[in-house]
Design a protein around this ligand. Structure first.
Ligand code: NAD
Ligand code: DAU
Length: 351
């Protein structure tokens, strides 16, 4: 079996569902269930004995050691993290705790477990760390896309904490020989994404008739990847990646934020004929230190592991919009008092 951390979050829950559907191999899912973790995402596998959910913190050494001893996983996939840039600007502490200290403690527990394995199991073991393209910093308009050798230049507390965790993972390979794999991925979108991130926030606000807040001039560029393509890529890296290597994962879909917002509005208008969602677009004060452009060169993973995205942006965004339209209860259930407080904190004063 394998063990995933953060498997009740956006990418993690998509990964768990896809993993069980594609492989049937048992998976232990350790998640702290912060505001971003949601067991509703996993309700379709609630009766599946191949999925073992454990609520807990990656920094809880005793719990992790006990889980490793009990389940003897052949691999760990580390997705647990604080993941939202704006939250890292308002309060970096949780990012340092989970993304840096948590990853460190997890690595320590895993190193102790792995060191005691039989030689064959030691050789076959993998620790796959899921990271982000944000560690590479920001690109100018005409600069080439990030390759795996691009220098680290993180600009937000979030990306700095992820960069730090990447360095620790790398060091555990070089120093202790732990068979690690690191993936650096671009912006994901798809089902179960918490509506603090651009695409689900725009969908939720548009459906509620609220302003669609575009930071700054809206011309910042992100490289969009459908979440299931990301899950497939991680499975492939786990299966065939070379320990110690990093793999960039991206969708070859560079788009300006305002283009994304317009596309979301156009698609929603298709499903709600006669509506005009674009009138809700509101330019607001920019994010401090806002990275201008990210772009992933995903040639290495295609060349060496034969992975490339199956979805285009057109097919992926349509599936995404349809999922949110078909799941109004999910959107309503995540919009708790804590969610409303976050919106006030982040958006009041930006107008
Ligand atoms: P998310 O915020 O939706 O989910 C994170 C999950 O981690 C939640 O379920 C949360 O409860 C859990 N968690 C947080 N702290 C924990 C802790 N201390 N111990 C155990 N569990 C904890 O995030 P996501 O968007 O699904 O991202 C998953 C991973 O992928 C993160 O490492 C993120 O940095 C990385 N990533 C995300 C994107 C993206 O576009 N969303 C792109 C590239 C990389
Ligand atoms: O690049 C990968 C990263 O993508 C991941 O590592 C992060 O976990 C993930 O959150 C995402 O980071 P971004 O900051 O790019 O995503 P976000 O959805 O927050 O914002 C996308 C762009 O949209 C960004 O340029 C900021 C802008 N934006 C965002 C929000 C929430 C707005 O203009 N308005 C908004 O209200």
């Amino acid at each position: 079996m394998i063990l995933i951390t953060g498997g009740a979050g956006f990418i993690g829950s998509n990964f768990v569902l896809d993993w069980l559907a594609q492989t049937g191999e048992p998976i232990v899912n350790l998640d702290k269930l912060t505001y971003a973790g949601n067991l509703q995402n996993l309700s379709s596998v609630s009766g599946n004995t191949q999925h073992i959910f454990v609520q807990g913190d990656i920094g809880d050494t005793q719990l992790i050691s006990q889980l490793l001893a009990q389940h003897q996983p052949r691999a760990i996939i580390n997705m647990a993290a604080e993941s939202h840039v704006d939250r890292s600007i308002h309060g970096p502490e949780d990012f340092i705790q989970t993304n840096i200290l948590g990853t460190f403690r997890l690595l320590e527990s895993v190193r102790a477990y792995w060191s005691a394995l039989e030689p064959a199991a030691r050789a076959n073991f993998r620790f796959l760390h899921v990271s982000t393209d944000e560690v590479y910093g920001s690109l100018e308009k005409n600069e080439p896309a990030f390759t795996e050798t691009h220098g680290y230049q993180p600009n937000s507390p979030y990306s700095a904490s992820k960069a730090s965790s990447d360095h620790l993972v790398r060091a555990y390979h070089h120093t202790y020989g732990l068979p690690v794999l690191t993936t650096n991925c671009s912006n994901n979108y798809g089902p179960f994404q918490f509506p603090e991130k651009l695409i689900p926030l725009m969908i939720a606000n548009a459906l509620a008739g609220k302003p669609l807040p575009v930071y700054g001039d809206g011309l910042q560029i992100r490289d969009w990847l459908y979440v299931i393509d990301h899950c497939r890529a991680i499975r492939r890296v786990l299966e065939a990646g070379i320990p110690g290597e990093t793999y960039n994962i991206g969708g070859w879909n560079e788009k300006a934020n305002i283009e994304i917002v317009n596309t979301v509005c156009t698609l929603l208008e298709e499903f709600h004929p006669g509506s005009d969602f674009k009138r809700l677009i509101t330019y607001v004060k920019d994010r401090p230190g806002h990275d201008r452009r990210y772009a992933i060169n995903a040639q290495k993973i295609e060349r060496e592991l034969g992975w490339k995205p199956a979805e285009t942006f057109d097919t992926g965004i349509r599936k995404t919009i349809e999922w949110y339209l078909n799941n109004p209860q999910w959107i309503q259930d995540v919009q708790t008092g804590a969610y409303r407080s976050w919106l006030e904190k982040n958006y009041n004063g930006r107008q």
